[in-house]
Design a protein around this ligand. Structure first.
Ligand SMILES: [Zn+2]
Length: 96
């Protein structure tokens, strides 16, 4: 009985954790700002450099990211995203 209760108690926690993804040490979550291996083609006016800060706006089988500079949205499979992500710049959940 104790075992059964413990497993049941963990189910909710597991569902929460599965929102985040771990791949090659990179853990990302919804609303995180991430840097990709290839920057976006648009240029940040303030720095004159190509923009490379993307906000994760959808996290499912497909992932949608939005360029923080021009607002351009790119959708790709999670598999593709895992290959293309370089690092997480800002964790959205840090303020929670
Ligand atoms: Zn852009």
């Amino acid at each position: 009985m104790l075992m059964a209760r413990k497993i049941k108690g963990c189910t909710g926690h597991t569902e929460l954790v599965s929102q985040a993804s771990i791949f090659g040490g990179i853990m990302y979550d919804l609303n995180d700002i991430v840097e990709m291996k290839k920057p976006h083609a648009c240029v940040v006016k303030q720095t004159g450099k190509k923009a490379n800060a993307w906000e994760v706006i959808r996290l499912g089988a497909d992932i949608k990211i939005k360029c923080s500079n021009c607002g351009h949205i790119v959708m790709m499979s999670r598999q593709d995203f895992n290959k293309k992500i370089k690092k997480v710049l800002v964790k959205a959940s840090e303020n929670n």
